[in-house]
Design a binder for this molecule. Structure first.
Ligand code: HEC
Length: 240
């Protein structure tokens, strides 16, 4: 092989090496160009989330907020829903889904189902002379908001053997509106159940010990992150 041949081979190798180097640096060239902005954004995002996770309690707070939100959704707050219920919509749903079997006017006739005037708070099987099922006749207790909610969600699920052939109202808002309509057609209806959020004491709030005067400034819940004013020794404060 002559010197020229060696040079040719060396040249070919060099060209290949250059080409490979070029290919290897191609992505960075592309990103440095039009895609560069994108790459930078992404890097910034990562850095931000990494920063947040580096500050450990930040990550924990986010996780807790998310799970608390989930729990709040899972627990259906009937009391809160009733406070914002729409009686007019309830009347419409009643006309569409219940009135084929039920009247609700005072002294209204029984149909396939009993008249439903004055139902809330009444004993189950509240119409004397209606031919109730054995299950309903033997059912204990009165129609509270809670058990009306369960009943109207799934009549057969709530009371096995009932003769009310109705699938139930699955949508919470529709069901609650109907319950509010039943209450509107009950003279002296019992008060709605307290919403869960109001019933539970706020976090950080000082629960006054029985028989002890509540310090004036403890009556208003302290701002978040502020220490609760504790005037009594720690062991006299009721556990939360
Ligand atoms: C297909 C007919 C039918 C439909 C539709 C129907 N019901 Fe009934 N309902 C009945 C029957 C029958 C009973 C009695 C059940 C038993 O004895 O087991 C009853 C019982 C009840 C009771 C208990 C009454 C009492 O005296 O204890 C309530 C409350 C009630 N229905 C509400 C409703 C509401 C609200 C709707 C509409 C969302 C509805 N029903 C739709 C037939 C019906």
């Amino acid at each position: 092989m002559g010197e020229l041949g060696v040079n040719k081979i060396m040249g070919a190798l060099l060209a290949t090496a250059l080409l490979m180097m070029g290919l290897a640096s191609l992505p960075s060239l592309v990103f440095a160009g039009s895609g560069g902005h994108h790459g930078d954004d992404h890097a910034e995002e990562q850095t931000l989330s990494q920063k947040m996770c580096a500050q450990f309690h930040y990550c924990v707070e986010i996780a807790e907020a998310a799970s608390a939100g989930g729990a709040a959704e899972a627990v259906f707050d009937l009391g809160a829903a009733l406070l914002t219920a729409d009686v007019t919509r309830g009347e419409r749903t009643f006309a569409g889904q219940c009135s084929t079997c039920h009247t609700i006017t005072p002294g209204g006739a029984n149909g396939t189902g009993p008249n439903l005037h004055n139902t809330v708070g009444a004993e189950k099987a509240h119409i004397a002379g209606f031919n109730y099922s054995g299950a309903m006749t033997n059912a204990e207790g009165a129609w509270s908001y809670e058990n009306l909610d369960a009943w109207l969600k799934s009549p057969a699920g709530y009371m096995k053997g009932t003769s009310m052939s109705f699938a139930g109202i699955k949508k919470d808002a529709d069901r609650v509106n109907v319950i509010a309509y039943l209450a509107a057609n009950t003279e002296g209806a019992p008060p709605f159940p307290a919403p869960i959020a109001v019933a539970a004491p706020a976090e950080g709030e000082v629960v006054p010990v029985e028989g002890e005067a509540v310090p004036a400034d403890a009556a208003t819940p302290p701002a978040e992150g502020e220490a609760a004013p504790v005037e009594a020794p720690a062991e006299e404060v009721a556990p939360t």
